[in-house]
Design a protein around this ligand. Structure first.
Ligand code: ATP
Length: 292
């Protein structure tokens, strides 16, 4: 299988701090790869090294099978969290100006149509809504018709409808055979978009795989959520973890768990039975929630 990215022993230190700690991983071509982790896990530092913006302290990065080089970065597109857009330019003019910076450029009218920007071509680029602006930043990331695209928290701050529109756009990019590397704080986003995820904590990858495979590996059966108050200070001697003012018990025998709770005299008020999602997986692996 050919790899869009192959990383070997990648490390970044800032003084005494090891922000990225001996990472070794591959990203196969044509997939959407998600890098997840809490604040300070080392995601941005990792992505910036992959993007060629930040030099690694040690380690190797290969893109499309070759050591990363200026020439290979022509095949890369980057959507930054915030890009300063030039003053007084319309959306169409902004795209034209950026396109002129590259040897290879995407077809601009097709790009505008794909990113649902055609009707805003004549609008001042600084007067776009949050969702429209994100679509323009994505169009700018795609302007050189890249084969590998980095998106750093692309939907932060968007409303649910704009996020869903953006997800459809990413789907379209994937259908065109591009490789997408994404960081996100939204677990539903990772679950929907990513073929493969790596969960980072303290500079290391602590788990890697397809979202559904990771969930089945870590959670057989269901999760039973119980408000903390129901326990009245008692410690449970069954597998559980703390979540949002309560505890979650991992069980493959829901009946048995409920009977056990009742037998222990623990109230079932406010109890919920649910399937594990990536947020639960994250909590189980790291002991803290993604946004904390
Ligand atoms: N230029 C820098 N100088 C010193 N320390 C840095 C620098 N950049 C990042 N760090 C530190 O490296 C660690 C990893 O930071 P990084 O931004 O990569 O995390 P992150 O996972 O992207 O977090 P977030 O979700 O908040 O963006 C943090 O402890 C951060 O304070």
């Amino acid at each position: 299988m050919s790899h869009a990215i192959a990383v070997d022993n990648l490390t970044k230190t800032f003084g005494a701090l090891t922000a990225v700690d001996h990472l070794t991983f591959n990203v196969p071509e044509g997939i959407c790869f998600g890098l997840l982790g809490p604040n300070g896990a080392g995601k941005t530092t990792t992505i910036e090294m992959l993007e060629g913006i930040l030099p690694p302290t040690t380690g190797q990065i290969r893109l499309f099978g070759e050591p990363a080089s200026k020439d290979l970065y022509k095949r890369v597109g980057i959507q930054f969290q915030s890009t300063a857009l030039p003053d007084y330019l319309k959306v169409g003019e902004t795209l034209k100006m950026f396109a002129a910076l590259y040897e290879r450029s995407a077809d601009l009218s097709e790009l505008m149509s794909m990113c649902a920007l055609t009707e805003f071509a004549q609008q001042d680029a600084r007067r776009l809504s949050g969702g429209q602006r994100q679509r323009l930043l994505l169009a700018l990331a795609l302007i050189n018709d890249p084969d590998l695209i980095f998106l750093d928290e692309p939907t932060t701050g968007l409303d649910p409808q704009a996020r869903r529109n953006f997800w459809e756009l990413i789907g379209e990019i994937k259908r065109r055979g591009k490789t997408v590397v994404l960081t996100t704080h939204y677990m539903d986003e990772a679950q929907i978009l990513c073929d493969d995820i790596a969960i980072m904590d303290q500079g290391r990858i602590i788990e890697r795989g397809a979202p559904q495979a990771l969930l089945s590996q870590h959670f057989q059966g269901a999760l039973v959520y119980l408000p903390e108050a129901n326990l009245a200070g008692r410690e449970l001697d069954r597998a559980h973890f703390k979540k949002e003012g309560g505890v979650e018990l991992i069980t493959d025998q829901v009946d048995d768990t409920l009977q056990w709770l009742m037998a222990e005299g623990i109230s079932l008020d406010g109890l919920r039975v649910q399937h594990a999602n990536l947020e639960d997986l994250f909590l189980k692996l790291t002991g803290h929630t993604l946004r904390s």
